[in-house]
Write a protein of this length. Structure first.
Length: 215
C-alpha cells in the first residue's frame, strides 16, 4: 500500500503493471545492445547472457580517485599533536559525571526521589496472602509506603509489615545465611523513629492460616 498522499510515478506504475502480468518484456543488453525478452519477475535483468554479464566493464573501472581531494577511511590526513590533544580532552569530558561527586543536598534529594520509586512494581505471592487477610478483616493499608525500606504493607499510623522471601533475604532457617545487614539496619532505624516493624518469613507465611496472622 502506498503512503497516504504519495503519488507513484508513471515509470513505477508501469513496472508494477509489468510485474502483475504474464507478458514478457523486451530489454536491451548493456554489453552487446542485443534485444532480449524477460518475464516480469526478471524485469531488472540487464544482460542477455552470462558472458555478457561477466564481460561488462563498470563505468568507473580504471579511474583513479584523488584521495587528498576525496579522502576515505584509512586514507585521511593524520592529525597534528595539537589536534590529538584537543580530541583527548574532549573525550575525557564527554563522560559527563565521571570523577565528580554529588553534594549532600543533591544526595538527599536523590534519596527522597528513590523512595517514590516502587521495585518491584507488582506484589509477590506472599504479600498477596497478607493483603487478602487484611482486606477480609476490613483493615485499610497501603503497599510500598515511601519511607525507609519501603514496607510491603503499611497500616497507619505506624505499623510496617515486611514479607521477606527466604532466598533473597537470606533466611537462616532455610540455610541461605544469617539475614541481610540491610534488613537489620532498616528495622532498627524504623523502630528508633517510632514505627512498629513486623517481619514475616516466606516459609512461615506459606504454613500460616489466616488466624495465625492476628497480632
Amino acid at each position: 500500500m502506498p503512503r497516504k498522499g504519495y503519488q507513484q510515478s508513471k515509470i513505477h506504475r508501469s513496472k508494477i503493471g509489468f510485474s502483475n502480468t504474464k507478458i514478457n518484456v523486451k530489454k536491451s543488453c548493456l554489453t552487446c545492445n542485443k534485444i532480449f525478452e524477460v518475464s516480469p519477475s526478471c524485469f531488472y535483468r540487464k544482460f542477455c547472457s552470462v558472458p555478457c554479464r561477466k564481460g561488462h566493464v563498470a563505468w568507473n573501472k580504471g579511474i583513479k580517485i584523488d584521495r587528498k581531494k576525496y579522502p576515505v577511511m584509512g586514507h585521511q590526513k593524520k592529525h597534528s599533536l595539537e589536534v590529538k590533544e584537543k580530541i583527548s580532552i574532549a573525550k575525557k569530558n564527554s563522560h559527563g559525571f565521571l570523577g565528580k561527586h554529588h553534594s549532600e543536598e543533591t544526595k538527599e534529594k536523590l534519596r527522597q526521589l528513590r523512595l517514590l520509586q516502587i521495585f518491584p512494581r507488582k506484589s509477590s505471592k506472599i504479600e498477596l496472602v497478607i493483603q487478602n487477610f487484611l482486606k477480609q478483616q476490613g483493615i485499610v493499608f497501603e503497599t510500598h509506603y515511601p519511607i525507609l525500606g519501603q514496607p510491603d504493607i503499611f497500616i497507619k499510623p505506624n505499623i510496617c509489615i515486611f514479607a521477606d522471601g527466604c532466598y533473597w533475604h537470606k533466611c537462616s532457617a532455610c540455610g541461605f545465611g544469617e539475614g541481610r545487614e540491610r534488613d537489620k539496619y532498616v528495622t532498627q532505624t524504623l523502630q528508633s523513629q517510632g514505627y512498629t516493624v513486623i517481619r514475616l518469613w516466606e516459609h512461615d507465611i506459606n504454613k500460616m492460616k489466616l488466624n495465625n496472622l492476628n497480632y
